[in-house]
Design a protein around this ligand. Structure first.
Ligand SMILES: NC(=O)c1ccc[n+]([C@@H]2O[C@H](COP(=O)([O-])OP(=O)(O)OC[C@H]3O[C@@H](n4cnc5c(N)ncnc54)[C@H](OP(=O)(O)O)[C@@H]3O)[C@@H](O)[C@H]2O)c1
Length: 267
């Protein structure tokens, strides 16, 4: 598994992590993922999966980079602290590696939320602060509202079919070394569950490239994501086999020719 630097910190994270929204796979797929190098697990107080993640990391907490999120409904100062306490309890740990604001909430002053996030770092309960679903403007505002710590990551929708961040957010984050955590990198499985008789030109090209290089379409779609500097991806799978398949999207790179073809067909 290839690693990438988290922002400009000393911490390295795997370029493929494990998503857990709608996760129903039990302990095994997460354990297998960690074992083969996908040691970043992403969850959220809103997912209902923090308990199962807690069970999966029991006894191996120090080998895992744990990312969770405070809901956009809990962004008042005291609510953030209470939400973090709840996540820590459900995860069965005494610190969160990356605590992310799940969605921006314009009805709460961002300064108040970021002050609570900084308090959590000061008290040792959180190592790094991240955001999710923040536009470029919201990201810049959130960073300006911080007095001590950087925002290390923005978790956003990014896959071959959904490339909106390429307009402004991705170049900005690359310039400032802010890690983009690409969610829904398989477009909810649409880029993975392919069908040889498909008439969809995009999927035909994805399959053709996969066949040419001896990879699966899911691996090509994930590799396209993580080939972008500063981008890591967090596919979700309930199955040990598909977790292994997804992890094997790391450790190699698509050729420039294949990247260009994908960029053209999926534009
Ligand atoms: N911050 C946010 O607002 C936000 C929003 C959405 C998602 N996320 C995060 O991003 C993670 C991933 O996104 P996602 O769950 O929306 O979508 P995704 O990872 O793009 O796709 C998941 C779907 O693809 C299937 N799949 C996975 N690997 C496969 C493979 N190799 N071959 C065939 N099918 C495969 C899964 O089925 P099986 O499980 O049956 O394999 C599942 O149905 C989430 O779990 C969550 O952690 C964050």
């Amino acid at each position: 598994m290839q690693l990438k630097q988290l922002n400009d910190t000393n911490t390295m994270v795997p370029e493929i992590g494990l998503g857990t929204w709608n996760y129903k796979g039990g302990i095994e797929p997460l354990r297998k993922g960690i074992e083969i190098g996908a040691f970043l697990i992403d969850t959220a107080e809103g997912y209902g999966t923090e308990e199962i993640v807690g069970q999966a990391i029991k006894g191996i907490r120090d080998k895992v980079f744990l990312a969770t999120k405070v809901s956009g409904r809990h962004l008042r100062y005291n609510d953030v602290l209470k939400a973090a306490e709840g996540s820590l309890r459900r995860l069965g740990t005494d610190y969160i590696d990356l605590y992310q604001i799940h969605w921006p909430n314009p009805s709460v002053p961002i300064k108040e939320t970021m002050r609570a996030m900084e308090t959590l770092v000061d008290s040792g309960l959180v190592r790094y602060i991240g955001v999710s679903n923040f536009s470029l403007k919201e990201l810049i505002e959130a960073q300006s509202a911080m007095s001590k710590y950087p925002i290390v990551s923005n978790q956003v929708l990014y896959n071959l079919n959904r490339r909106d961040i390429e307009k402004d957010l991705l170049p900005y984050c690359q310039e400032h070394k802010i890690t983009i955590i690409a969610y829904t990198p398989l477009d909810n499985g649409h880029l993975a569950r392919t069908n040889r008789r498909t008439k969809d030109r995009k999927i035909q090209v994805l399959e053709q490239i996969a066949n040419e290089i001896g990879k699966t379409p899911a691996q090509v779609a994930l590799n396209w994501c993580i080939s972008h500097p500063n981008v890591i991806a967090i596919p979700k799978s309930d199955s040990v086999e598909r977790v292994i398949e997804n992890c094997q999207a790391s450790g190699w790179r698509l050729s420039q020719e294949h990247m260009d073809l994908l960029n053209k067909v999926f534009s």
